[in-house]
Design a protein around this ligand. Structure first.
Ligand code: GDP
Ligand code: MN
Length: 383
């Protein structure tokens, strides 16, 4: 899960990585107060979870607090579009940061090299611009260094990699400490990516992280509830954002048959069967293991938020999930929501008998197999 720049910088600061001062604002008045703290010499940066904000017009330098405040007013509520993110993202917050004089821009990152089962540190003297472009056109300009998570990094290895990357002498020792801080931060926060681009060298010879990206491994989120608030920010689609708030794995796909299944594999299989039957899935939705009735109802609600949906296929294989719980959720959803579309359910596994018995007499169409369920829902939806 990607953190915003201001959150990423807070994380890095805790591990001794030098970052510019600053604070986050969601209105011009607050932006002005923050900018005044730095005598108006600030950079205002859109806090959206996408790359290329600079080129998209989401980063601007100021020497006057009132101008910084006015720009904040322009940015909030505006949709930024970049090459990396063509569908765009709406700005809700900006970072008003201390303006750094930049003499040179470098690139630093720490990520996971799964194949090598090690961390990978990447260093380049060609920061600031698109690192993907550098990687493609001048692959030798990026120096790669593996870090064994058990052994850690030796200073001499780091020094030699930094020298090889062509980082000037004045910045070398500072970069050694910075990378060590990044690696500590990476391990401690269960990150799956940390990237500093640009890592700025000021004319006075001070190395500082002018931009920062930290992404936390989704599977470790339970250990880091403090970052939960950004979970819904990354989604542009309002239904996906709502799903993220509810902690439900949902992806909108553009078709018109809603799908609810338990387990990602079963959901994908259901989507394939819908396709085979001549339909098109509206979404991916994994209700998860051990789903309770209320959660099932929430899932049905999500599906119905999509106005394109003409039919709903529910495909449950009860293992940990009890089919009678699922059935109660479906009945509750029928009770509370006005469901005008056909619903077909294939329910199999733990407590399937009880589940099917509960659904008897409801508006729902039962199906014996996944194939039959897909065929039926496509017929009913497109009738
Ligand atoms: P990104 O485009 O989303 O990666 O946003 P960045 O934070 O990297 O900002 C884009 C560019 O703006 C950087 O490459 C810098 O050249 C410039 N920039 C950002 N912050 C500062 C700053 O404090 N001072 C100066 N002089 N330039 C900055
Ligand atoms: Mn950047």
């Amino acid at each position: 899960m990607k953190l915003h720049e201001y959150q990423s910088k807070d994380v890095l600061a805790r591990f001794g990585v030098p970052v510019p001062g600053g604070d986050v604002a969601d209105n011009p008045t607050d932006a002005q107060i923050i900018a005044d703290r730095f005598g108006g010499k600030v950079v205002v940066k859109a806090q959206v979870l996408m790359g290329g904000r600079g080129k998209a017009g989401g980063v601007k330098l100021f020497d006057d607090a009132a101008d910084a405040a006015a720009f904040t007013g322009e940015l909030i509520g505006k949709k930024l579009v970049s090459i990396q993110n063509p569908q765009g993202m709406v700005v809700e917050k900006v970072l008003v940061g201390e303006l750094i004089d930049i003499a040179e821009e470098y690139y630093l990152s720490v990520l996971l090299d799964r194949a090598a089962a090690k961390l990978l540190v990447m260093i380049s003297a060609k920061g600031g611009m698109d690192i993907e472009e550098v990687a493609e056109n001048e692959p030798d300009a990026i120096v790669r260094l593996h870090v064994d998570p058990a052994w850690g990094l030796a200073d001499f290895e780091l020094r030699s990699a930094i020298r090889e990357a062509g980082i000037p002498k004045v910045a070398q020792s500072q970069m050694v400490s910075m990378i060590k801080g990044l690696v500590r931060a990476y391990l401690d926060t269960d990150a799956d990516l940390i990237e500093i681009n640009p890592c700025a060298l000021t004319p006075e010879g001070k190395l500082i992280a002018a931009d920062a990206k930290v992404s936390i491994d989704e599977n470790a989120m339970f250990r880091h509830p403090e970052y939960k608030s950004t979970a819904d920010d990354g989604a542009e689609d309002p239904i996906e954002a709502e799903a993220a708030r509810r902690g439900i794995a949902y992806v909108r796909l553009g078709g018109d048959i809603g799908v609810i299944g338990n387990g990602a594999g079963l959901v994908m299989c259901s989507m394939d069967e819908i396709n085979a039957a001549g339909g098109k899935a509206a979404n991916f939705l994994d209700v998860g293991g051990g789903a309770q009735a209320e959660r099932v109802q929430q899932c049905v609600e999500l599906i119905l938020m999509d106005p394109n949906v003409k039919g709903l296929l529910i495909n449950i294989f009860g293992g940990i999930t009890r089919c009678d719980e699922v059935a109660r959720g479906i009945l509750a959803a029928f009770d509370v929501l006005e469901i005008r579309i056909p619903v077909v359910a294939r329910i199999e596994g733990t407590a399937a008998e009880e589940g099917r018995a509960l659904l008897e007499g409801s508006k729902l169409h039962p199906a014996e197999t996944m194939q039959e369920a897909a065929k039926t829902i496509v017929e009913l939806a497109y009738a």
